[in-house]
Design a protein around this ligand. Structure first.
Ligand code: ATP
Ligand code: FE2
Length: 334
């Protein structure tokens, strides 16, 4: 039996979770949001500092766990925004030193994938669609390999930038999804044309981004119709890349991860594609799709049980890894 406390702080979300024997007992988070404009790194880190003590208390209370029952701390080491990661690291070090606990440094992207185990997925292709990242990942020969990815910006950032340009605050994803549902019948039949850019399993969004800005600035189009056309153009790119990865790897499960994975239309497209291919589609609960500490603690427990962790006396030497890549990680716990 292992009780793990997980800490997430890579970007806009600060979260704390308690996991015991593969069960997420609590998973609390607080997100830095803005009415207008995107993430200001130092403001986001300040947000994390302000909410951290309260979230720690809440996570323990919800899980009915006392501090002295925690056996190990898992934290998001990277990739992410440096000031946010640094706060998470320092918070982890203080807690580790105060409670005398070892630490498991966790890769945030791999955690998005591993939390899929809760859904029953065994060996999936992951469509990882978040703010900063858009990758098609699958396990092969000891590592999580990136089969395809965005060549420019992450799909969430792309959507958020469009939303920001339209004067909608951060995060834009849920608001754009709601607007898309209000699109006019003409546009639903006949999309506003946007660049569809996919090469092999790689995708690119900057062409669509430029075009969307122009169309919005022209004042001729309703934001609802642009949102709809955007989703109906961009999401099929992600589905096409995922389908190629399924065909290429011969795997039969597709898992979705990342905040954009909450989008019901994207889920619907993925489900249809999987049905047509005879594959199974897995969707974690929303609380495990967006950035959250539950997935960090969950993977932390798996790694700790395989003895992949940093001993108490070495915790002081730990550092953040803002640019760590998914395929840098030796997956020694599988
Ligand atoms: P990562 O560090 O893994 O790249 P991230 O820090 O950007 O991720 P996530 O919480 O995984 O964070 O994803 C955030 C993105 O998800 C934002 O772009 C946001 O607009 C989008 N998003 C969140 N909820 C929804 C939703 N319900 N529908 C569509 N998009 C959503
Ligand atoms: Fe994330």
């Amino acid at each position: 039996m292992v009780v793990v406390l997980g800490i997430e702080s890579t970007a806009h979300t600060f979260g704390i979770a308690i996991v015991k024997d593969g069960r997420v007992l609590s998973n609390v988070r607080d997100m830095y949001t803005t009415e207008k404009g995107g993430i200001v790194p130092l403001d986001s880190a300040k947000h994390h500092r302000e909410v951290a003590p309260r979230l720690l208390a809440q996570a323990l209370e919800k899980a009915c766990i006392r501090e002295n029952e925690i056996e190990v701390i898992a934290f998001s080491q990277g990739p992410g925004i440096a000031p946010c990661l640094l706060f998470g690291l320092n918070f982890t070090k203080e807690l580790s030193s105060r409670l005398g606990l070892p630490v498991v440094p966790v890769n945030h992207c791999v955690a998005h994938l591993e939390i899929g185990r809760l859904t029953g997925a065994k060996d999936p292709v992951l469509l990882y669609a978040s703010g900063a990242n858009t990758q098609i990942i699958a396990y092969a020969a000891g590592k999580y390999r990136v089969f395809g990815e965005t060549l420019d910006l992450g799909v969430g950032n792309f959507i958020d930038t469009f939303a920001r340009h339209a004067g909608i605050g951060f995060p834009g994803g849920p608001k754009i999804a709601a607007l898309a549902e209000q699109a006019s019948e003409e546009v639903k039949k006949n999309l506003i044309e946007l660049p569809y850019s996919i090469k092999g399993m790689d995708v690119a969004f900057s062409g669509a981004q430029t075009k969307l800005k122009q169309l919005l600035d022209s004042g001729k189009y309703k934001i609802e119709d642009l949102s709809y056309s955007m989703q109906e153009t961009i999401f099929p790119m992600l589905i096409e890349a995922s389908e190629r990865a399924l065909a290429h790897t011969g795997k039969t499960e597709l898992l979705i991860g990342g905040g954009v994975g909450c989008n019901k239309r994207l889920q619907e497209m993925a489900r249809i594609m999987c049905e047509e291919r005879g594959c199974v589609f897995f969707v974690p609960e929303n609380q495990f799709l967006v950035d959250n500490a539950g997935m960090i603690a969950f993977l932390g427990e798996i790694m700790f049980k395989r003895r992949v962790y940093t001993k108490l006396e070495d915790v002081k030497n730990l550092d953040i890894k803002p640019r760590e890549r998914t395929d840098d990680i030796e997956v020694s716990w599988k």
